[in-house]
Design a protein around this ligand. Structure first.
Ligand code: SAH
Length: 282
């Protein structure tokens, strides 16, 4: 982003008379015949002063470029790409980080946690959308979805564009409340966006009241998959979560499918780096 940080944009309109037309004595007549001059000044002002959002009028274009990058990197699902183009990531990050909101990077959201990298979220959601149990014409490819680790709520907001219902759990109260505020803003600013059920609790226990889930996604990784997640996975459902590779101690992405027969089938997909999955609430 090249937009410089700064305070609220200085409003120059309506222009005072002395700026539109300099006193006849002081300025040559040719100066008065330059109707573009105030417009040029306004454009200069716009470059020099960012809005409180930092991205201002440019945010749509920057967001569009992020979606193009995801597509160029191999993300194919049109509804997923549309979701990335719909949910404004810059609403979910601290105002000091707004200029980096559409870079493919994780960013701090407070309490030592991070909003996940767009490309990682996209790959994980695409894995969920290609689960074997999914009917090709499904209106909601994620079905009933459980999101572990709400954080600032960005991923939950994306998921809800593709799910019949999203239940999202966070163990840190302050982040749970932050997500609530962020999603309130989304509800007000994006009419028609489908709300998320936010739960404050220990996601290692899943969320039994809304189980079973067609899809489960975790944004934090532990040594092993909590048994509750597997118990709450519906037949035909898929879980995608980071877990520790016992051989190397590094995190890998684990995919678990519950076959229609009820059997579980596990696979792995590459190395990842997520914050730790912790038990209990704070
Ligand atoms: N998806 C989030 C990413 C947040 S980072 C976003 O879009 O912002 C991962 C989150 O998982 C952190 O907020 C962390 O507090 C949370 N977390 C870790 N262990 C958890 C647990 N047992 N239950 C619920 N949340 C947990």
């Amino acid at each position: 982003m090249s937009t410089p940080p700064g305070g609220p944009r200085t409003r120059r309109f309506p222009l005072s008379l002395d700026r539109v037309a300099a006193p006849a004595k002081a300025a040559p007549a040719r100066e008065l015949l330059r109707p573009q001059a105030p417009l040029e000044q306004a454009a200069r002002d716009k470059r020099q002063h960012s809005t409180p959002q930092g991205l201002g009028m440019d945010s749509r274009a920057v967001q569009r470029r992020m979606v193009d990058r995801l597509q160029a990197d191999g993300i194919r699902n049109p509804r997923l790409l549309q979701a990335f183009g719909t949910i404004p990531r810059h609403w979910f990050v601290d105002s000091a980080l707004v200029n980096q909101a559409y870079e493919d990077t994780s960013l701090p959201i407070g309490l030592g946690q991070t909003i996940s990298k767009p490309s990682v979220i996209a790959s994980m959601v695409e894995l969920l959308c290609t689960r074997p149990g999914l009917a090709p014409d499904a209106a909601f490819p994620l079905g009933q979805c459980l999101d572990i680790g709400t954080g600032c709520g960005y991923q939950a907001a994306l998921l809800s564009c593709l799910a019949r219902r999203v239940v999202s759990i966070e163990r840190l109260r302050d982040l749970h409340l932050k997500a609530r505020t962020n999603l309130d803003r989304l509800r007000a600013g994006l009419p028609g966006w489908q709300d998320v059920r936010l739960v404050y609790g220990d996601g290692m226990l899943g969320h039994a009241p809304n189980a079973p889930y067609d899809t489960i996604i975790a944004a934090a990784g532990g040594a092993a998959l909590p048994p509750a997640w597997l118990d709450q996975l519906a037949p035909g459902g898929r879980l995608v979560a980071p877990t520790e590779d016992p051989r190397t101690g590094t995190q890998i992405l684990t995919i678990v499918d519950r076959l229609p027969s009820g059997q579980l089938q596990q696979a792995t997909a590459g190395q990842v780096l997520f914050v730790p999955l912790k038990s209990g609430t704070t």
